[in-house]
Design a protein around this ligand. Sequence first.
Ligand SMILES: [Zn+2]
Length: 96
Amino acid sequence: MSNMSYCRFNNTVADMEDCVEALEEDGIESLSESETEKAKRLYELAQEYIEIYQTECSDNFCPECGSILKTVMGERSDCSYGEYKECPNCEYSNGE
Ligand SMILES: [Zn+2]
């Protein structure tokens, strides 16, 4: 099934979660030969995706600890209201 460009990431997240769950719960040995090959290909693609995402979306990573930042809406320290990013693992926030 191909994805429309406006929702491909949305759809792929659900499919990827399904694959992660299948590997976790049933294991690689539960897959057919062709599915095992595709699982390997998915591993390669995931590595490629991580490299590209880290390069293209570097401002989505915490400069303090390297975790992926969460986008939040709220009041910023300058009393404006809007979107800013904060780290789920340390105190970093660009809203301050
Ligand atoms: Zn951090």
